[in-house]
Design a protein around this ligand. Sequence first.
Ligand code: TNX
Length: 624
Amino acid sequence: MRTMVVCFSLLALAGARAATLDVIPQPASYEMRPGSFRLQGGVSIVVPPGVPEALQVGTYLANAVAPPTGFRWRVVEGTRPSLRRGEIVLALSGRASANPEGYQLEVSERGVRIQAASAAGLFYGVQTLIQLLPPEIEAKRRQEAGWSIPCVRITDSPRFAWRGLMLDVSRHFFPKEFIKRYIDEMARYKMNVFHWHLTDDNGWRIEIKGLPQLTQTGAWRVPRLGKWGRREPARDGEAASEGGFYTQEDIREVIAYAKERFITVLPEVEMPGHALAALASYPELSCTGGPFHVDPGTDFYQKVDNSFCAGNERTFEFIDKVFTAVAALFPSQYVHIGGDECFKGFWKNCPKCQRRMADEHLNNAEELQSYFVRRAEKILESKGKRLIGWDEILEGGLAPNATVMSWRGMEGGIAAAKMKHQVIMSPTNFVYLDYYQGDPTLEPSTFGRLLLSTCYQFEPVPEGVEPQYILGGQGNLWTESVPNPRHAEYMTWPRSMALAEVLWSPKTTRNWDDFVRRVGAHFKRMDAAEVNYARTVYDVAMAPVLDAAGRLAVKMSTELSGSDIYYTLDGTNPDRFLQKYVGEPVAISGDAYVVKAVAYRDGRLSGRVLTLTVEELRARLKNK
Ligand code: TNX
């Protein structure tokens, strides 16, 4: 009798797994079939003969399954017009997809076939295949699990060619090993551009031979733990002990690692602003001459000179040297020059800058910035690269071939697309991964606000814009408030799952409820992979409002539908045996001083208790 029950529940489990597909990003189309394919040792992965990239994809798959399963699969070259029992076949075929990154995946009881027009497509098919396996497949050590894959037929291809994530390694330095791990995590979600923000006011992170001060001085700052923007400046004689940089060898290693995962590494070298680390290294490239310190997170902006002098020819000689090295290192066809938030105050009082403006007939500081960016573009083009800049590069006139990354909303991107320039959409209000993803009282200190559900509503092609100019979109993880790798992961996931789906899946398949269900399944995968992530989506949110009588009341909500909220006004911790929130704002009665609330799903506690004092609620109402 007992065995029967076990059998039944196993069947039910298998059935449940087969009924839904927990893949992120959602494939363009799929069809579930009855049955499953059971993995075992001794399987052959068959790859097309004579295609090193395809062989590499096969090896990637064999290496991915080996640690948790203990299976040592062979990767063999060959073609298989029909599947042999137990094989996993990767095949190249121009007919598989019109999109070079597209693929077809067929799992039958006999085996698996992935077909694609290019190795990139095979790689994405492999990523989907891995996601069809149980979460334990992500573990680094041997696991006991039923290694079976539900039978399915998937036809898939990305909506956008640019599916990016940016990591700022200047505000905080992240070691090479973490960069590789981050690239691995991106690859799981079929993202394909890693934008590496290598320089800023708070650290220069790339070795440039012939400019040794950049890494001897520019990569290091005094250690601080206080809130970013309020930290104490460097004291006289204090050792600059915090920081780090990547050697050229490190960078080559990261690029090669990313390439095996079909990820392009886009380097960013900031100019004309956000350049304090460079100026601390070579103060003669500033308007005022310094001396400067690499900033440890003070409120120096507009008080200390952090823009290259636009009137000094040595600035452009410096840029030429840096771009020569960058162009030689990075295979990416683009180089990002930053261009954002350039403070021009020091240019106004600089004789060299004034001279330049007169000589070049420039009418204002914006045109001087535009002059700077145009010269940067010429230097880059002379080295075979194309320029990308943040949307400020539109000010004072766009450089002739520039691609615009639109961050201050979508407006810059819309303007650039109308001028027939290429655009990557990266607006703060949908993709800023450094922003709060839950109530600030429950989260580590940062700024802004970006919920998972908001991220999921991102639409990179605004109305009235020709889609052909929108290359895609990108999430940005600025790291002023992200001091370590674990927190970088926490800020990145699950919001980048939303982003990955927005950028890959057809617009028509977008479905929030189904997405968050899949996110729940992926949390188990992340647990197995020991990747950190935020569960804020399971928390409750409070918003102060005024009721009809003009008294303070609190609206409560959760991002997920189908949650129940319980609250107290008496200072005790709420649970499901206390007041249930019924949808109407709760009036703050009498001398209540604190509101506490918590969410449940399916009768079980789902998130953390949110505690807001009435004083805090009143303050929030005022600031609304
Ligand atoms: C603006 S986005 C910046 C960054 C900051 C970020 C903080 C952009 C191009 N510039 O320098 O880190 O805001 O959210």
